[in-house]
Ligand binder design. Structure first.
Ligand code: ZN
Length: 295
């Protein structure tokens, strides 16, 4: 692959303002793109209209820009791309890979919330569309996690691709978008490893080449809790160079004090980025940092 064909991306969901963990993920994908002389794109994953807010999307974009992280092309919004997801859903339907389902959450509770097989609940409308998943295993080599062998059907759980209420799932949208945007490299959090086998299966069914994937260790406190919106991660301030240096330090990058702007710090960080320096399992925040980063 020539260096210039690299396209990376950061794809936040606007369910809240940007927190420190998201900044670290954005930085890692940005630095990986720039080190490969590639493009870096930002995509707003606002597909779940019940949880996403437009004001969070604009705040996230402004915060990223204040740290020198600007998309090389205008950011795309998943909410503008529903016809693209519908087209691919119809292709999968023509390929006989989908089945209708009307199971309720209460019914699935008897199976630990999982939906392992085709069902006969579809006579009622409206219904969701599920993807039938065979017992395949996918191998990928991850620059941080090493060799991953990901089982599609363990636990058996055929995912919903389009919900009963008409919303498309993350699993379908992320694959369609990454392919149509020409994304060649994904750097994202290890919490998404569990979704990867289903995504690789979709790439295979649709006849598309999957991007190279690198999964960052989870950022957590010494209490073992992941830094996340659910665990009360605070929004980060705009353009705080101490926060930027701190985020880079957790990626094992130390930029000397000569750099006095976000852009200068990022430029100095690009040659230092090395995913192999990171431990696969976790980035542990120091107790004072954790205290300052959560409510
Ligand atoms: Zn069902």
């Amino acid at each position: 692959m020539s260096a210039s064909s690299y396209i990376g991306r950061f794809a936040p969901s606007p369910t809240g303002p940007l927190h420190f963990g998201s900044l670290v993920t954005a930085l890692a994908s940005y630095l990986d793109s720039r080190q490969h002389h590639g493009q870096w794109l930002v995509r707003i994953e606002d597909i779940d209209g019940t949880r996403c807010q437009p004001e969070h999307a604009s705040h996230i974009l402004q915060t990223l820009a204040s740290y020198g992280l600007e998309s090389d092309l205008p950011p795309v919004f998943q909410s503008d791309r529903l016809n693209l997801y519908q087209q691919q859903l119809e292709r999968l339907h023509e390929l006989d890979q989908l089945y209708p389902c009307n199971c309720t959450r209460a019914q699935l509770q008897t199976q630990a919330g999982l939906h392992p097989t085709r069902c006969d609940s579809h006579t009622r409308l409206p219904h969701s569309w599920r993807l039938a998943c065979p017992a395949n295993t996918f191998h990928l080599h991850d620059a941080i996690q090493g060799n991953l062998y990901l089982s599609l059907a363990e636990p058996a759980n055929d995912p919903v691709l389009k919900r009963k209420d008409g919303y498309f799932s993350y699993q379908l949208a992320v694959v369609v978008d990454d392919h149509l945007q020409g994304v060649t490299h994904i750097v994202r959090g290890a919490d998404l490893i569990d979704t990867t086998a289903q995504q690789l299966h979709l790439y295979q069914l649709l006849g598309w080449q999957a991007p190279t994937m690198t999964h960052l260790p989870l950022i957590m406190g010494s209490d073992g809790r992941k830094l996340s919106k659910q665990n009360h991660a605070k929004p980060i301030p705009m353009a705080d160079l101490r926060v930027l240096r701190k985020a880079l330090a957790y990626l094992k990058i130390n930029v000397d004090e000569a750099a006095h702007s976000a852009k200068g710090i990022l430029d100095a960080a690009i040659p230092q980025w090395s995913p192999q320096r990171l431990a696969p399992d976790k980035i542990e925040l120091s107790p004072p940092d954790l205290a300052s980063l959560v409510f």
